[in-house]
Design a binder for this molecule. Structure first.
Ligand code: HEC
Ligand code: HEC
Length: 309
């Protein structure tokens, strides 16, 4: 049999495609799982609104009903974040039991085995994951059933092949006790890891994020990740304590205003996708600032190509 070059190329592409789709499926295995008793809906609301809403909240519905995911390059197809409301028909979340939810959060592996690489919360404590679960099952307006999806995920061949390059799931950790909240720096790091400040404030996007060792991510907290926004590209700020290019001149008050109210020290509004983390307390903003002060200041003019704020 004689192979011509284009035929051979087509076969190779098909093989890569099959390999790619196999590698994005895993088998979830659950160890004996004990839900945390008396999970706090209020704590869950703070976590979901701070850590998940940026991707899953749709301002058009006022609910966590999902929206188009902006970080996927157009040539790979379209990705929509899931509907997390209580809709029995349109929300995958409504089918999750708590053990499956813990597994998804810790590894990124969904209950059907599909690997979702964008949002593992590797370090989130058992109590906090239970709190998020309780909130998603609560009577809060943002989680009431919305029986529709904003769009259907449709990755093309390039998208499927690209997903081979994404970080692989980490082994499942059945229990995580979290941090002692009275240790300010440790709690600040906990919030940065689990809210995901570092995912936006590092140098590059999803391909280079080291979810199991965030601090080893390239340009950790020194900014530069590019976001394609409707009015042009914007890069995340350098939020290390470098005086010239970072937030080295921030006072504690400046930091609270930026994080809780989205107001920069010069009084201007910070631009999306930065959002106001208004459900965090001042103490929590202070804890994040205390943690940032322990990181090495990095000189990196992350926004030099952007229009002025
Ligand atoms: C960076 C964006 C992003 C963040 C932040 C994020 N998600 Fe997602 N999530 C996605 C995308 C994209 C999908 C859909 C993936 C797909 O269709 O392949 C998804 C899907 C899901 C699903 C559906 C799983 C399934 O079985 O289909 C659940 C549940 C979920 N996310 C929960 C959460 C929770 C809880 C948080 C907060 C801790 C969160 N997500 C944070 C982007 C995000
Ligand atoms: C979805 C991505 C995203 C997330 C998550 C995010 N940020 Fe931002 N942040 C940005 C972008 C983009 C800017 C630049 C905004 C501008 O220039 O107007 C920014 C700006 C800032 C600034 C202002 C810095 C300056 O230029 O003076 C601070 C401080 C900050 N973020 C802290 C945080 C903290 C703390 C968290 C976590 C609680 C966080 N950010 C989470 C994207 C994000």
């Amino acid at each position: 049999m004689k192979f011509r070059l284009p035929t051979l190329f087509a076969y190779m592409l098909a093989a890569l495609f099959i390999l790619g789709s196999c590698k994005t499926y895993y088998t979830p295995t659950y160890n004996a799982y004990q839900p945390t008793p008396n999970a706090s809906v209020e704590r869950g609301k703070m976590l979901v609104q701070s850590s998940c809403a940026g991707c899953h909240f749709d301002p058009a519905t006022g609910k966590l009903s999902g929206r188009q995911f902006m970080s996927t390059p157009g040539i790979a197809g379209k990705v929509y974040t899931a509907n997390l409301t209580q809709s029995a028909t349109h929300s995958p979340m409504s089918k999750y039991n708590e053990a499956e939810f813990v597994y998804l959060m810790r590894t990124g592996v969904a209950r059907n085995g599909h690997y979702i690489p964008y949002m593992p919360r590797h370090f989130m404590s058992d109590a906090d994951i239970s709190a998020m679960y309780a909130y998603l099952r609560s009577s809060d307006e943002a989680v009431q059933a919305h029986d529709a999806v904003s769009g259907l995920t449709n990755l093309n061949l390039i998208g499927h092949m690209g997903s081979i390059l994404l970080p692989k799931p980490e082994p499942f950790r059945p229990t995580v006790s979290g941090e002692d909240m009275s240790d300010q720096v440790a709690y600040g790091r906990y919030l940065v890891y689990n809210i995901g400040c570092w995912e936006c404030h590092s140098k590059k996007g999803p391909m280079s994020l080291k979810h199991a060792h965030p601090e080893e991510t390239k340009g950790y907290m020194a900014g530069g990740r590019k976001f394609k926004m409707p009015d042009g590209d914007i890069h995340s700020s350098n939020i290390t304590m470098d005086k010239a290019t970072g937030i080295g001149n921030y006072t504690a008050e400046d930091f609270r205003n930026a994080v809780l109210k989205n107001i920069a020290p010069d009084g201007k509004k910070l631009r999306p996708p930065m959002k106001d983390f208004h459900l965090l307390t001042e103490q929590e903003a202070d804890a994040i600032f205390a943690y940032i002060k322990t990181l090495p200041p990095v000189k990196h003019d992350a926004q030099r190509k952007d229009a002025k704020r």
